[in-house]
Design a protein around this ligand. Structure first.
Ligand SMILES: NC(=O)c1ccc[n+]([C@@H]2O[C@H](COP(=O)([O-])OP(=O)(O)OC[C@H]3O[C@@H](n4cnc5c(N)ncnc54)[C@H](O)[C@@H]3O)[C@@H](O)[C@H]2O)c1
Length: 374
């Protein structure tokens, strides 16, 4: 069998890492890149040895493309994904899956009717760091989970992104840009969310682009650049979450679950592994022993790759008929939670989350991205 044909629509900043990883997996082959900016598609195709390039429509019309990877900006996600489904393709979308609950639900219905699958970033949930932690929690290492804390605080992506305006516009901000990592992780561990309450603020009304050809120009901040969320899960567990682009103290990737028998510190949910210099290794503190708790390291198992893992899991799941992990339904529930938090910040009330999601499965034990399954 030949590798599954992939086409990518939107080849900006994040496309390099996708292309490097997808090109390293024997089960898939990137056949074409498309972008609104023709030069960008051409230069990325040349850089990564992709045989064809053109517009987004060219990608959808490519007869050998079976799965479209949608790396456009959030405002274009549903439109591009829906067009890909209409063209009979499976779709992997960068996060957030969309910006409107009803539009996402309609798109998921469209995919069901068409018999194609939808997957949604983040696929960090498939990395060995998160998977090992999830296995350890399922095996009872902290007893029954009770509550969680997560924190992401930075100076903001205007420090490093050459085109940061969209990250402070409707559909982004720390809530919708970074929230998908933290909330997808929490939902995967603690199950669906029942209700949320949030408070948000803007530190500045305008910010400056700091790097690239537009450095020095100003842009308007449209959404809260700091938001704090209180989450109640259907199972009775709770979480508190800080998401900020306004902190001089760079501290991110904090994800802790506290249970009846101990507390587990997970790797950064925006990373695939805890084996990085700035992330504490996956570990557990046991409860009820002494004030000075011994730190127990949990062994991280699996191969570390990066973005593109969710695409590979989709391709293999389609072939074997199992559900894929970073599903459209998970992406939909995560966006519903985030939009509910946004609404709560505006209304100053708890907001009930209407959608739900089935338990999120673990990756198969023997999943090896580099071993061909063809
Ligand atoms: N930059 C990161 O570090 C990062 C990390 C993880 C996820 N993401 C996500 O990836 C997505 C893209 O982010 P980015 O930083 O690469 O943005 P970017 O602005 O650098 O690139 C987006 C590209 O999509 C193209 N595009 C937009 N609409 C299109 C359309 N309708 N048809 C064809 N092309 C279209 C743009 O021309 C641009 O080249 C976002 O959803 C973002 O949240 C980014």
């Amino acid at each position: 069998m030949s590798p599954v044909g992939i086409g990518i629509v939107g080849v900006g900043v994040i496309s390099d890492t996708y292309l490097e990883n997808l090109n390293s997996f024997p089960d898939v082959e990137v056949l074409i890149l498309g972008d609104l900016i023709a030069d960008r598609a051409r230069s990325q195709a040349a850089k990564h040895g992709v045989p064809a390039h053109g517009s987004g429509q060219d990608v959808l019309e490519h007869p050998e493309v079976q799965l479209v990877v949608n790396l456009t900006t959030p405002d274009a996600h549903v439109e591009v994904s829906s067009a890909a489904i209409a063209a009979g393709k499976h779709v992997w979308s960068e996060k957030p899956l969309g910006l409107d609950r009803d539009a996402i639900a309609t798109m998921l219905d469209q995919a069901r009717t068409a018999g194609v699958r939808v997957g949604s970033a983040p696929d960090t949930l498939l990395g060995p760091g998160f998977q090992s932690a999830k296995r350890a929690i399922a095996a009872g290492i902290i007893g029954e989970p009770l509550f969680a804390q997560t924190a992401f605080q930075t100076q903001g992506p205007d420090l490093w992104h050459p085109n940061p305006g969209f990250l402070f516009a409707h559909g982004a901000g720390p809530l919708l840009d970074m929230g998908p990592y933290y909330f997808s992780a929490l939902i995967s561990l603690l199950g669906p969310v029942d209700r949320v309450a949030a408070a948000g603020m803007k530190a500045k009304q305008e910010r400056e682009i700091r790097t690239g050809p537009n450095a020095g120009s100003m842009f308007t901040v449209e959404v809260p650049s700091t938001i704090q969320v209180l989450t109640a899960f259907e199972a009775g567990t709770q979480a508190q979450t800080l998401l900020s682009f306004d902190s001089a103290l760079e501290r991110h990737g904090i994800l802790e679950i506290h249970g009846t028998d101990g507390s587990i510190v997970l790797p950064d949910p925006n990373q695939f592994s805890g084996r990085t210099a700035y992330v504490k290794p996956l570990g557990v503190l046991r409860d009820g022993m002494s004030f000075d708790q011994p730190w127990i390291e949990v062994e991280e198992q699996g191969t570390v790759v990066g973005r593109g893992l969710g695409v590979l899991d989709m391709v293999r799941s389609i072939a074997s008929g199992r559900p894929h992990i970073a599903s459209g339904e998970l992406g939909h529930h995560a966006v519903d939670v985030l939009l509910s938090a946004q609404e709560s910040a505006a209304s100053e009330q708890f907001v009930k989350v209407e959608s739900t999601v089935a338990p999120v499965p673990l990756l198969p034990d023997d999943f090896d991205p580099f071993a061909s399954t063809l």
